[in-house]
Design a protein around this ligand. Structure first.
Ligand code: FAD
Ligand code: SF4
Length: 319
């Protein structure tokens, strides 16, 4: 691991100011992704800003009837929160489908949104990877791509985003709140948070250098039955091959977001509108333009079957 300096910030403003003073610095929260990447020297920040003590660890109601989730709220605490379990069950179920209990005890809301891809070539520093080293090429294209994207990819990168939590948040229309060193804040809808890979897959989201996530805001609950179905190679401690977050209303309408298929949770107005017509219509709307590889073409049928199993399940919610 490369050497680095370290500081503990006491407030969000202090953290953002420190990031402005140390270009290339990284915030560290639970450390469950960043430390692994530093050990492999995939990330080599010269300075770490520990944000665990900046007071953003609360879940609070908003005046609009929603919920503000602090950036440092642990995945375990968010999944277990009574209001989340009752009004935002799709999020609770998505969180509990992720990682392991020990990891969820450390992992934070912001860190989970910003975790890097699990593309095996990204982690193998002997392989070409445009995301790790811009302009070096992409070993996954023409390589082994079973886990990788079937839609939204580019000629430069076919990685998926691995977060389960983000898929639940996409179904809920969450908004990411941030602050910068000059005190300016932004509210970024999660639909606009992740950047398509295009020619610059190393630029993964809408954050500017040094911008700190302070919270994720959930709008008022929308009701309906909440489901999160994750299909993976083993029952625990594995990333999604495909996941489906669905909120189904009594009239058959609702919302559907897919995980494991793209660089971001995959949802569209056409996909939602197709829900009353069944799983085949939804997946045709969401993945009709999919361009899978020979290794991952199964994901399209798998997504349809996962949604079909949710719709066939009547009132029972699943994770
Ligand atoms: C073995 C294993 C299995 C896993 N399985 C799953 C799984 O099945 N599903 C799943 O969803 N996840 C899984 N994960 C990933 C895990 O959920 C993430 O590692 C975790 O959520 C990251 O959160 P963290 O707080 O530890 O982030 P950190 O590692 O501390 O940080 C991650 C990134 O976020 C940045 N960051 C942190 N906080 C802020 C902030 N407030 N503002 C701006 N930037 C910030 C950091 O600088 C860093 O770039 C797994 C991880 C492991 C190691
Ligand atoms: S798919 Fe993306 S992350 Fe994987 S090797 Fe190619 S450029 Fe790197």
């Amino acid at each position: 691991m490369k050497t680095f300096t370290y500081q503990r910030a006491r407030t969000p403003a202090e953290a953002a100011e420190a990031a402005a003073r140390h270009p290339g610095a990284r915030f560290i929260a639970g450390g469950t992704n960043l430390l692994d990447l530093m050990k492999l020297e995939i990330e080599a920040p010269a300075h770490l800003i520990d944000v665990n003590g900046i007071g953003l660890d609360k879940i609070e109601p908003t005046p609009e009837g929603g919920l503000r989730v602090g950036a440092l709220v642990r995945n375990t605490d968010l999944a277990a929160d009574a209001t989340v379990r009752s009004g935002y069950a799709v999020l609770s179920r998505a969180l509990l489908a992720g990682a392991s209990a020990q990891l969820r005890n450390k992992a934070t809301t912001a860190g989970n949104l910003l975790q890097r891809t699990r593309c095996p070539y990204f982690y193998d520093t002997n392989q070409a990877c445009n995301k790790r080293q811009p302009g070096s090429g992409c070993s996954a294209i023409g390589g082994y791509s079973r886990q990788l994207a079937v839609v939204g990819a580019s000629d430069a990168c076919i990685a998926t985003h691995p977060s389960d939590m983000a898929v639940g948040m996409r179904a809920l229309d969450a908004v990411v709140e941030t602050v910068r060193a000059d005190g300016a804040g932004r509210r970024i809808p999660i639909a606009e948070f992740y950047r398509p890979p295009g020619a610059t897959p190393h630029l993964e989201n809408a954050l500017l250098p040094g911008e700190l996530i302070t919270a994720v805001v959930l709008p008022a609950p929308v009701g309906g039955r909440h489901h999160y179905q994750k299909v993976r190679d083993r029952a625990s401690y594995a990333f999604a091959l495909v996941s489906v977050a669905a909120i189904v209303q009594p009239d058959g309408g609702g919302r559907v977001a897919l995980g494991g298929v793209a660089h971001q949770p995959w949802r569209s107005a056409a996909g939602d509108a197709a829900l009353p017509r069944g799983a085949r219509a939804v997946i045709a709307a969401l993945l009709g333009k999919a361009a899978p590889t020979k290794d991952n073409a199964f994901k399209v049928a798998l997504a349809e079957r996962a949604l079909q199993s949710i719709l066939a399940d009547g009132g029972k919610a699943k994770s």
